[in-house]
Design a protein around this ligand. Structure first.
Ligand code: ZN
Ligand code: ZN
Length: 362
């Protein structure tokens, strides 16, 4: 989610030039045949600045795997099946679906694709546990309640909580009925697709069970939302499941930085080369955010997370970022947690029902 200011892409080599041109013109890029015989199929996301998810078709000997089928709308389904047709395939050729993570812009269409093809659905076990319907079933974990509770602890004013929860309640129908997995992929596990080497790399951070997929023969890395060419993925949206999400994310960046000779196939924007440089950029982005957060703490003394988020810089002014304030607040809390873990800050009043404040240690 493009909450933070996006970086320029001068550190990387853009490979998806048609995709970048389409990005600049604000249109959907073409279906493309890629290295290793893969295909990229843009599937539209309604009302979202990212505009589309790049779904990848990975052919094997007797059928193919779809990675991240995209947001579930009729328009999205038409885009996906048209992409399959361009690749010379039909829905019945889909043997499996891999979700890099369960955000609806990636995993939404998995349910329909499985129903119409009989394919298996695969994800990391931590991502299965992160499925909204699984969290919703736990006592005291209904979505709006827990988001409201978290925002109150972060010091959000009541009227802002009410407004944001009302907006959240309207969004994303079907979110509590997404596809459960048939296959679990741990770090290093092969994707069961005969005729193709494709391995899972566990990259927690953006979500607790995020996966990248590596194709070692064609030197490809499908990066999901973990590494995108311009946008910095949001961290901290899953506090119920994600322990130390920023630290996990930074470690997961190092887990893919070594594949600098691989082409990066991200789930949004455009293909690129230069993973190591992009990873360095993301590290330095978070170092800058940490430094900015510390300077705001020094300015305010004992701020709440809400007061910090109000003063941090975002892609748009705080007053204008609307319901993205939930994500911005989560991101700020993730940075605060990281700095507490580093010993730079301490929490005051971080117990259930209280409003927590941050300060420098004495
Ligand atoms: Zn995501
Ligand atoms: Zn995404």
């Amino acid at each position: 989610m493009p909450n933070s200011p996006a970086s320029d892409d001068s550190a990387i080599t853009v490979l998806g030039t048609a995709q970048r041109a389409a990005w600049a013109r604000r249109v959907v890029p073409p279906v493309e045949r890629l290295g290793g015989g893969l295909w990229s199929v843009p599937v539209p996301i309604p009302d979202n600045p990212l505009r589309y998810t790049l779904s990848y078709l990975v052919p094997g000997d007797h059928g193919l795997v779809v990675v991240d089928p995209g947001w579930e709308t009729e328009e999205g389904w038409q885009a996906l099946t048209a992409g399959l047709a361009t690749a010379g395939a039909v829905v019945g050729d889909v043997l499996g679906v891999v979700a890099t993570h369960v955000h609806p812009d990636h995993h939404g269409l998995s349910r329909r694709l499985r129903a119409e093809s009989g394919a298996w659905v695969a994800m990391h076990p931590a991502e299965r546990d992160n499925l909204p319907q699984r969290i919703e079933r736990e006592p005291g974990m209904r979505r709006l309640e827990r988001v409201g509770r978290r925002m109150r602890g972060d010091g959000a004013p009541d009227e802002a909580i009410e407004e944001l929860l009302a907006q959240l309640g309207e969004s994303t129908p079907g979110i509590n009925d997404m596809a459960e997995p048939d296959v679990l992929l741990e770090d290093g596990d092969p994707v069961p697709l005969p005729g193709r080497r494709l391995h899972a790399i566990w990259t927690p951070g953006h979500t607790p069970g995020h996966l990248c997929l590596r194709e070692p023969d064609a030197l490809l890395l499908l990066t999901g939302d973990h590494v995108l060419p311009r946008v910095t993925p949001n961290i901290g949206l899953h506090p119920e499941r994600g322990d130390k999400p920023l630290r996990r994310f930074l470690e997961s960046l190092d887990a893919v930085a070594g594949y600098d000779d691989h082409e990066a196939f991200p789930a949004h924007e455009y293909r690129f080369a230069g993973l190591a440089a992009r990873v360095r950029q993301l590290h330095s982005h978070h170092e800058q955010r940490n430094a900015e957060l510390l300077s705001v703490v020094d300015l305010l003394g004992r701020p709440t997370v809400w007061e910090l988020a109000e003063r941090m810089s975002w892609a748009r002014p705080w007053a204008e970022i609307g319901r993205m304030r939930i994500a911005a607040l989560a991101e700020t809390a993730a940075h605060a947690d990281f700095l507490v873990d580093e010993g730079e800050l301490v929490w005051e009043g971080k117990e259930p029902g209280a409003v927590a404040r941050l300060r420098r240690p004495v």
